[in-house]
Design a protein around this ligand. Structure first.
Ligand code: SR1
Ligand code: MG
Length: 394
């Protein structure tokens, strides 16, 4: 039998046929997918839950005119299993994967909240940045040439060739938002500042170089879409989901995307509510550095990791890249195809437009910033240089 799209009814049949629930059990099922690409079914028998995530052969956000490979479900399930090898505490458990139907059966995380939603609602997740810093340090170190033997790394790299999804990132993060492409989506009131970006030759030169890094730097296994909608949180737990964009890429990419999405949230807040977001940005970086350093010292497999002078250079380059990738992400989430609710759902139009202008200016500043200093207070400094509280009270 070939591929067939599940419905709420057939998802229950599938789950029973595959032994996730016994035949006579009453199982409820709801399609809860709010992402851009897939169906997500939540099944429950009153005691235990199950998630069946199914890839569609096209991008749900656009429709059948944008075909997409079903192989992304295999990539996602494989990435979750690789992550689980190093940091099982930060990913949902995968129970099974069906390549033909492009289904992943996995742990139901409904007791947790999607971090973007929680942050918009004013929740704080005190451990979020500690966990994400540790998650990234472990996964990136152990899948890079620093922590994985080069023969094994080359084989793993070949298993994460992910052309369709990488092309989405190449287009939607690095290309389309920087010129007049049809995929772009923004309020007409922003046209003046959008034109400024599109005419900025220095900016485009920098974006071109970062797109090229994304295309060519196969440094480690990256999640590839680590925004706050790809993370579940509670006060004690953090779970990274949705690595269907996983591929080998630059070490600073996920850090940059995560930080940019935190910055977008900060832009949606009043000044006195922003500290916690800057705390998370700074703590993500400090925990990342602390953990990566420990792994480098204890677990390095590359001969030259013995050289004490090399680690600070590696960390500085990761930071530098993260700053520029954060700039690309801020701009694309504001005027590109896929927006963020943090900015889009600001209720008063004038405040929303101003927050979006700030996002674009901040994105540009991050991209153009030349830093030799890996100090994450930079994000707050650049943010504050752009945002004037007086303007936000319009
Ligand atoms: C067509 S997919 C648009 C965006 O949604 C995903 O979550 C990725 O961020 C992608 O760029
Ligand atoms: Mg996703």
């Amino acid at each position: 039998m070939g591929y067939k799209q599940l419905t709420e009814k057939t998802a229950v049949t599938y789950a029973k046929e595959n032994g996730y629930f016994s035949e006579g059990t009453v199982v409820t099922c709801e399609e809860i997918g709010d992402g851009n690409l897939n169906y997500v079914f939540r099944l429950h028998d009153g005691k235990k839950g199950l998630i069946l995530k199914q890839a569609l052969p096209y991008a749900k956000v656009v429709g059948e005119s944008w075909p997409l490979s079903l192989h992304r479900a295999t990539i996602e399930s494989h990435a979750l299993q690789i992550f689980a090898k190093y940091v099982p505490e930060y990913v949902p458990e995968v129970y099974g994967h069906d390549g033909t139907l492009a289904i992943i059966a996995m742990e139901d995380l409904s007791a947790l909240t999607i971090t973007r939603k929680g942050l918009i609602d004013g929740e704080d997740y005190p451990l979020l940045s500690r966990h994400i810093g540790r998650f990234l340090a472990h996964v990136l170190f152990y899948t890079s040439d620093f922590g994985l033997k080069s023969e094994e790394k080359r084989v793993l790299d070949s298993q994460f060739v992910n052309p369709d999804l990488c092309k989405i990132t190449e287009d939607l993060v690095f290309t389309d938002p920087f010129a007049n492409y049809e995929t772009n989506d923004y309020e007409e009131e922003l046209q003046d500042i959008v034109d400024e970006l599109w005419c900025d030759k220095n900016l485009k030169l920098k974006v071109g170089q970062y797109k090229y890094k994304f295309l060519t730097r196969k440094e480690a296994l990256i999640h590839g879409d680590l925004h706050t909608g790809s993370i579940f949180s509670s006060s004690s737990e953090t779970k990274v989901i949705d690595p269907e964009f996983a591929t080998f890429g630059p070490l600073g990419f996920d850090l940059g995307q995560f930080i940019a999405n935190l910055l977008a949230n900060a832009l949606s807040r009043k000044e006195n509510k922003r500290n916690v977001i800057f705390f998370h940005i700074e703590q993500t970086w400090s925990v990342f550095v602390e953990t990566f350093t420990k792994l480098w010292m204890l677990e390095g497999v590359e001969a030259y990791t013995q050289d004490k002078q090399w680690l600070p250079i590696v960390l500085r380059n990761i930071f530098k890249d993260a700053v520029s990738f954060a700039g690309c992400e801020m701009i694309r989430r504001t005027i590109g195809l896929a927006h963020v609710a943090d900015l889009d759902e600001i209720p008063q139009k004038e405040v929303k437009l101003l927050a979006k202008r700030h996002a674009l200016r901040l994105g540009r500043k991050l991209l153009l910033h030349e830093t030799e200093n890996a100090d994450a207070r930079l994000f707050r400094i650049l943010f504050e240089s752009i945002v004037f509280e007086k303007e936000l009270r319009v």
